[in-house]
Structure formats: C-alpha cells, structure tokens
Design a protein around this ligand. Structure first.
Ligand code: NAD
Length: 366
C-alpha cells in the first residue's frame, strides 16, 4: 500500500456506483478539491466500478481491478449501489455484494455514523425542535459479527423452523469498543454501550468485555450501559445527552436508522467503515434513490460530509474536516436547500449548486 500521508498526498479510490451515486460523489470531489487547494494537500482520485454499473460492464459487482485499485489506496469514497434494473432476487449477482465484498476484503469491523442536528434544519424533523437541538451523536456499530453473521438454519427438518445466532468473541468486542473509546476520548469523553444483557448471553459478554477494556485502558471516560429497548426510547426523548454510542451489529442497524430521523433527511448523513488499517470506506448513508436519479435533485451533503469523515478518520486531518462541516453549516444558514430539506423560506437549489456553494465557501475562507 502506498500510504504517503506525511507528504500531504493521498490516494483515493472513487466508486460512484449507481443512481444518484455519481451525482453526489462528483460534489464530494469538488469540495475535497477546494480543501486540498486551501490546505495544500494533493488528493489523487482514481475512479473504478462497483455495484450495478460494474455488473453491466464486467458481470461482477466488485471486479478484481476495482479491488486492486482499493488495495493501493489510502481511502475509498463510495456513492451508492443498487436499483430496479438489478433487483431480480433470482439474479446470480447483486449490486450489494459489491459493498459486502469491500467490507470483507478490508475487514471493516466498525461502522461510524455521526448524527448531528444542524440548527437551520430543526424544522425538518418530525420531533420537537427543543428535543433535537444540540444533538451530536457518534454511533459505532459492530459490522462483521453478531446476529447477522452467526450460524443459521433457514429451514428445520420439516421446514417449520429457522434460527439465527448472535455470537461474539472477546477479541471482536474488544477491537470495536477500543475504537469507540478512542473516539470518545477525542470528543466529550462519554461512552454509552447498548446491549440486552438481561436476556442475551452474547450481551453479557459484550458488557463484561466493554467494562474491562474501558476501566483498564480508558479510565478518563464516563461509561454507561443501557439496554437496547430503553435506549430506543431515550434516543427520541433526550437524544442530546448521548455522545459516542457503541453497539452490536443488528442493534446498531436498527438504532442508526431511528437516529437518522434526528438529522432531518437521509440525504444529510455520512458514514465511515473502518478496519485496523487503511483503506477505510466512506459513503453517504442513503441508497441510490432511483426515483430522483439523473435530475440534479439529490442532496449531496451526505456524500460531502463523508468526505469530511475521510479527512478526519482516514487521514487525521481534523482542521480540514471541520472546514467542510463549517461550510455545510454556513451554506444551510444562508438558506440553501435541496428539495428534500426545503421549507417555505428556502432557496431551493439542485445537487450541483449545493456542492458548488459549499466548495465556494471553503475557497472564500482561504
Ligand atoms: P434510498 O436511500 O435510495 O431512498 C429512500 C428515499 O430517500 C427516496 O425517496 C429517495 O429519493 C430519498 N433520498 C435518498 N437519498 C437522497 C438524497 N441524497 N437526496 C434527496 N433524497 C434522497 O433507499 P431505497 O429507495 O430503499 O433504495 C433504493 C436503492 O438503493 C435500492 O436498490 C437499495 O438496495 C439501494 N440501497 C443502497 C445503499 C448503499 O449503497 N449503501 C443503501 C440503501 C439502499
């Protein structure tokens, strides 16, 4: 791998994918170019195929050339994959296999999903503004173990029974909790671990290991354990009290979608999937939105903020990441809105104009 951080040069594989993927990725690149120019970094972008676009061109959702490109890069920036064209459940290959293949190839065991309520968008959530105000949560979801990957049986001997297994090892829990704890140290020093220790054996192990790792290695953190059912309720009652939240794969899947409501629109949310070493995978939370694809209607902010996560968690460039987040805030403050977050007073703009406004703000601050 050619990691060359010290020279201010970063090699990034760009996987635009399907639907609105290429549209939002183009805006993320526009903004990253502006950051590179302002802070004196060289971002080297190499585009490759993934998902449905890759199936059409090569028959595979993750062609070997794409994987090889990713292996030789410092980070991977992805748009979205999937769409009705490739939806046939009987098809031998599906676009999502591209994503799963990337997670597997780079052992991306931690999925980071920050959820922030931007003040100008408080109206866009169905919750009361007073509840959402000040929300700034970082979810860390375990991504490669637990219920989604444990032993399973689709049909019992008579076809009347099925089961899945939530299985974790100490090592799997330790690595994701350690990563979450490190992130909490760089924030408000509060870590919430979500489990179901009153019922599940895997959760009791999760709680024991979490307690031991944090007490031993991160004594400066305030650690709390909350049962998943209670947490689901607190998350919409008093979301602003949480900082970093770490949890098992399926619990994380469900809770992060619940939390997405706090940000106003799917189109606003970024994510990062990290392993022990680069490259990490950075992508907006939303899908390929075929209903609006190709019409300059998509909100590019989730993709642009994924670029900020790449700078922060992929390259350790905190000031640069903040510059993007501040630019997003400023542009929202100035009244720019894509149609998904529009309100009465807003200046409704398309994908490109939103991306350009954010890039322009970054350039103007230089
Ligand atoms: P979706 O996120 O694509 O769209 C859900 C709704 O949100 C749609 O009405 C869409 O127009 C809107 N939306 C999504 N992103 C938006 C944005 N940036 N700006 C404005 N509006 C936005 O989810 P879906 O409709 O369930 O799935 C569509 C396709 O995407 C499916 O093929 C699905 O498998 C795939 N998918 C991919 C990913 C991924 O690549 N990570 C994630 C979820 C779904």
């Amino acid at each position: 791998m050619e990691h060359s951080f010290s020279m201010g040069r970063f090699v990034i594989t760009v996987l635009p994918g399907d639907g609105i993927g290429p549209e939002v990725t183009a805006e993320a690149l526009r903004v990253l170019e502006a950051v590179g120019h302002r802070f004196g970094h060289q971002f080297e972008f190499h585009e490759a195929l993934v998902g449905g676009a890759a199936i059409d061109a090569t028959g595979s959702p993750l062609p070997p050339e794409t994987l090889d490109r990713c292996r030789r890069s410092d980070a991977i920036l992805l748009g979205a994959v999937g769409g009705p064209k490739w939806d046939d459940p009987a098809a031998p290959v599906r676009p999502e296999q591209g994503l799963l293949g990337l997670r597997k190839a780079f052992d991306l065991f931690a999925n980071l999903r920050p959820v922030r309520a931007f003040s100008p968008l408080l109206h866009a959530t169905p919750l009361k503004a007073g509840i959402v105000q000040g929300v700034d949560i970082l979810f860390v979801r375990e991504l490669t173990g637990g219920l989604y990957f444990g032993p399973r049986q689709e049909a019992g001997p008579d076809g009347e029974e099925a089961y899945d297994t939530m299985r974790y090892t100490r090592a799997e829990i330790e690595r994701v909790v350690r990563l979450a704890a490190r992130l909490a140290q760089g924030r408000r020093k509060k870590l919430t671990s979500v489990d179901k220790a009153n019922v599940l054996a895997a959760s009791r192990l999760w709680r024991r290991v979490t307690e031991a790792v944090v007490r031993r290695e991160f004594p400066d953190l305030a650690l709390e354990h909350i049962l998943v059912d209670a947490f689901a309720m607190h998350l919409i009652r008093r979301p602003a009290v949480f900082d970093v939240v770490v949890t098992e794969n399926m619990f994380g899947d469900i809770l992060t979608d619940e939390a997405a409501v706090l940000a106003g629109s799917m189109g606003m949310l970024p994510s990062a999937s990290l392993g022990e070493a680069p490259p990490g995978l950075f992508e907006p939370v939303h899908g390929s939105a075929p209903d609006i694809a190709g019409r300059d209607l998509a909100n590019p902010i989730g993709a642009i903020l994924s670029g900020a996560l790449m700078l922060r968690y992929g390259f350790g460039l905190e000031a640069e990441a903040r510059a993007i987040e501040q630019a997003v805030e400023a542009v929202l403050e100035a009244g720019y809105r894509t149609q998904d977050i529009a309100d009465g007073e807003a200046r409704v703009v398309g994908t490109k104009e939103m991306g350009e406004a954010i890039a322009q703000y970054i350039r103007s601050e230089a």
